[in-house]
Design a protein around this ligand. Structure first.
Ligand code: NAD
Ligand code: ZN
Length: 399
């Protein structure tokens, strides 16, 4: 029976108050209004950004209850009036970074910061209302996406149509983690062949930066993390050396100068810590080093000596790896299908949505190598997975 035009009742992970944990609830998802799309989510993941939202006071707002989740892929269930770029049945990527195609950023080929991203700050759809209710209360949206719900509603500008043959439980990573890191290296830093790079922070995003540096032809990629359990995976995706700042008496920037002679050509902060931003910038070559901040830093001032810039270093920000939302996601999925990129290394654990709080605990303790962990895949069915057991999804699909 068609669900088009009807309210859908389904499961979602709701956070009811600042600092709260996820609670699995039945929610009502209203049909999409004009220029909106309702999507059945197939795969979603917990990113470092949600972790920060749960614990970092600077990121906690008053928009509760809320359905978080900004990394995911699914299938269009129905579309609202005037939607022209997707139709029911299309496979799509959910995008926290929209691409309206009309604003000054969208019309500028060198810019990706679509004006519609500001809509996410209201935690509501563009008409100022929510499409979710739970226990009679409206529930706020998150990041233009709210992927921690079996069904969600998004603005058409946040939905990228992808190849119908793409495996959603793999390519969902172009929704945030992979694209952000990979593009941070190739689009924002513009890593050059033969260069030396340092990547601070080896979560799913940092590992994707390493992949981007390697693809751009960097010959030396130094991975930096305080959790040495991350090193094996970093080497697997392309790091040539791995160092733990806690193994040294000296500040890490001095260690990097000792290792390289005159600093790295490109450095990346993929943690979201003002102190590591300062260290990453100071690790760059004085004359032309480029430091890219990918980690989320909100409500904190950076304490950086102006002297570091005198000789020509630069410090840049990067959102969604510099890709335009919809164009970038579709292109990267095509690249995956053409075997130009490989996302397999980034998926180490698979859990059902009901286990989302276990994933949060595991992420907090850094017990697994890659934090971008998949939930909710319909391919997983009712099978329960040991969260500590590194069984990959592809193995599960074949048995
Ligand atoms: P993550 O939590 O999985 O990874 C962070 C890594 O940093 C961990 O391996 C941790 O051990 C390491 N770390 C923590 N403190 C450290 C220190 N002092 N020195 C060295 N290593 C340290 O996070 P993630 O999902 O990979 O995301 C990374 C960052 O990117 C987050 O801040 C997230 O909010 C941000 N992000 C930004 C964008 C964007 O568009 N700019 C998009 C997605 C995520
Ligand atoms: Zn725009």
């Amino acid at each position: 029976m068609s669900t088009t035009g009807k309210v859908i009742r389904c499961k979602a992970a709701i956070v009811w108050k600042p600092g709260g944990s996820f609670s699995i609830e039945e929610v009502e998802v209203a049909p999409p209004k004009a220029k909106e799309v309702r999507i059945k989510m197939v795969a979603t993941a917990l990113c470092g950004t949600e972790m920060k939202m749960l614990k970092d006071k600077n990121l906690q707002h008053q928009h509760y209850p809320i359905i978080m989740g900004h990394e995911g892929a699914g299938i269009v269930e129905s579309v609202g009036e005037g939607v022209s770029t997707v139709k029911a049945g299309d496979k799509v990527i959910a995008l926290f970074l929209p691409q309206c195609g009309e604003c000054t950023s969208c019309l500028n080929s060198a810019d990706n910061f679509c004006i519609k991203l500001k809509q996410a700050e209201t935690h509501l759809m563009s008409d100022g209302t929510s499409r979710f209710t739970c226990k009679g209360k409206p529930v706020y949206h998150f990041g233009n996406t709210s992927t921690f719900s079996e069904y969600t509603v998004m603005d058409e500008s946040s939905v990228a149509k992808i190849d119908a043959a793409a495996p959603l439980e793999k390519v969902f990573l172009v929704s945030c983690g992979f694209s952000t890191g990979y593009g941070g290296a190739i689009n924002t830093a513009k890593v050059t062949p033969g260069s030396t790079c340092a990547v601070f922070g080896l979560g799913g995003v940092g590992l994707s930066v390493i992949m981007g540096c390697k693809a751009a032809g960097a010959t030396r990629i130094i991975a930096v993390d305080i959790n040495k359990d991350k090193f094996e995976k970093a080497k697997e995706v392309g790091a040539t050396e791995c160092i733990n700042p806690q193994d040294y008496e000296k500040p890490i920037q001095e260690v990097l100068f000792d290792l390289t002679g005159d600093g790295v050509d490109f450095s990346f902060e993929v943690i979201g810590n003002p102190e590591t931003v300062a260290a990453a910038l100071a690790s760059c070559r004085e004359s032309h080093g480029v430091c890219v901040i990918i980690g989320l830093i909100i409500g904190v001032q950076l304490n950086i000596s102006g002297h570091l810039f005198f000789s020509g270093r630069s410090l840049k920000g990067s959102v969604y790896g510099g890709w335009k939302g919809r164009d970038g996601a579709s292109k990267l999925v095509s690249d995956y299908m053409a075997k130009k990129i490989n996302l397999d290394a980034l998926i180490t654990h698979s859990l059902n949505l009901d286990k989302i709080n276990e994933a949060v605990e595991l992420m907090k303790t850094g017990k697994w190598q890659v934090t971008h962990t998949i939930f909710m895949s319909e391919y997983l069915g009712p099978r329960e997975m040991c969260p500590l057991c590194p069984v990959t999804l592809s193995m599960m699909l074949t048995n």
